[in-house]
Design a protein around this ligand. Structure first.
Ligand SMILES: Cc1ncc(C[n+]2csc(CCOP(=O)(O)OP(=O)(O)O)c2C)c(N)n1
Length: 444
């Protein structure tokens, strides 16, 4: 039997407010923290609506940690099929077979007494729980998500210690503290990442094969990493210079890496390298760029010459736009308009061009002499440019790429679903939250 007070409250909530309750007809609603006062009232209100109007029939899933308390709290609904209790911690992955139309996430400690003496217990359902439920919502294509957060997560707790410091100094010290006191909560995730790293190495071994007379950009990136000084500054551009350097550069914490991560715009690299050099007393800066991107930089070449900046430019020479050819191969039936000299994109003799601007030049063609030449270029004073002679159709991967379906339509997969595409069953097994609907559409 419901207590008299609760019964009166439910009647008041349902009858005295003109809310569009009918919208909940046939819907499934997950309420987390169901043992708490407010969420329990929500569960009961929904069940009360079902009693009042048979058509409503809303299914309620109440998630709670404490089984005994939940069974006692909802004892009077024991034999009803419109309430299901799910006993688990919301910080663990939430997996539910049925559809979920709405999620009310109210599993967070609401009393200020917990904020100070159990900060982790307060933050976890707000952070980990919300993440788990949003993942579930994505998977189930849930229509709505209501989040009841603890006030404390917005920083209302009166601090015991005030730190007045430069944010950079503070974060550096915070990182050094982590060595002494590792954050164990992340270790399982790091282990998972390491497993994936071994299982799916980047670059894919199929992509860094050496061929005589040609330099593979992945092999080049790995070798360059080994020769860079511990305080090196490295700038990149668009295309292969962007993709391969991100995938393959073994960056040390004392080095600086400058890339245009937002737009990947061609022509970013040289001005970025010039800026980095000026900002560091005309220090030597390594630039990795391409024969297509550098075509946007005539005036910057003169800036390097005027100021005699010691830039070490490695230039991928691959008959224009390799990255665009990869897309054309993937989506446009191997038709290659406007990406190479056969189809109107002609790059000049780079050696002559750079020499006009006072650069010393090198040309790298043989994998066997790659290491020696990298060392030579880095050791040469003043502005230097080294052509890295690539295969114009060297594949790049793993990378985000659209998929061409057999009917000619194009599907853009989510970030986790990279080219070359895994068999769908394999990707589904790796995903903690199941396949994204767009991944499920793809037929590799
Ligand atoms: C200003 C600008 N125009 C067009 C693009 C599209 N785009 C991305 S990569 C690329 C080719 C870049 O050529 P290159 O620097 O030689 O690199 P590659 O792809 O050959 O490795 C193009 C045209 C871009 N990123 N920025």
């Amino acid at each position: 039997m419901r207590s008299k007070i609760v019964a009166e409250d439910l009647a008041h909530i349902v009858e005295d407010f003109d809310l569009p309750w009918s919208k909940l007809e046939g819907k499934t609603i997950l309420v987390t923290g169901a043992n708490g006062m407010l969420p329990a009232y929500m569960v009961e209100t929904l069940l009360y609506l079902n009693e009042k109007d048979d058509r409503t029939k809303t299914k309620v899933i109440g998630l709670a940690r404490n089984k005994e308390r939940a069974l006692a709290r909802f004892a009077h609904y024991k034999n009803r099929d419109d309430l299901e209790l799910l006993i688990q911690d919301v910080c663990d992955i939430v997996s539910i077979e049925t559809k979920i139309d709405y999620i009310i996430h109210a599993a967070s400690q609401a009393s200020p007494k917990y904020y100070g003496n159990d900060p982790v217990g307060t933050l976890s359902p707000n952070v980990l729980g919300t993440y788990n439920l949003l993942s579930l919502a994505r998977h189930k294509r849930t229509r709505g998500f209501l989040f009841f957060s603890s006030g404390a997560v917005y920083g209302q707790v009166r601090p015991k210690t005030l730190i007045k410091a430069d944010a950079y100094d503070f974060i550096s010290q915070l990182i050094s503290c982590l060595d002494k006191q590792p954050v164990t909560a992340q270790n399982s995730w790091l282990e998972q990442c390491k497993t994936w790293q071994e299982k799916y190495p980047s670059p894919d071994p199929a992509y860094n094969q050496s061929e005589p007379g040609i330099i593979n950009s992945y092999n080049f990136t790995t070798s360059l990493s080994r020769h860079l000084a511990s305080d090196a500054i490295i700038a990149t551009d668009a295309g292969t210079a962007f993709t391969c350097t991100h995938q393959g550069l073994e960056l040390r914490s004392t080095q600086r890496f400058i890339a245009s991560r937002g737009l990947g715009e061609m022509g970013f690299g040289l001005p970025a390298a010039i800026g980095a050099s000026f900002a560091n007393d005309k220090k030597s800066v390594v630039l990795i760029t391409g024969d297509g991107s550098i075509m946007l930089n005539l005036q910057e070449l003169q800036t390097v010459a005027t100021h005699k900046l010691p830039l070490k430019v490695f230039l991928y020479v691959n008959n224009g736009y390799l990255a665009i050819r990869a897309t054309q191969r993937n989506l446009f039936d191997e038709q290659y308009p406007a990406t190479g000299k056969e189809t109107g994109v002609v790059c000049p003799d780079m050696q002559k061009l750079f020499e006009v601007f006072g650069f010393k030049t090198f040309k790298m063609t043989h994998p066997g002499s790659m290491n020696t030449m990298i060392k030579q270029v880095l050791a040469t004073n003043g502005p230097v440019m080294c052509e890295v002679m690539m295969k114009p159709d060297q594949p790049l991967g793993p990378r985000l790429a659209s998929h061409l379906q057999p009917d000619g339509s194009i599907v853009s997969p989510p970030l986790e679903d990279l080219y070359p595409f895994l068999p769908r069953e394999q990707l589904a097994q790796e995903m903690l939250i199941g396949l994204h609907p767009r991944s499920a559409e793809i037929k590799p």
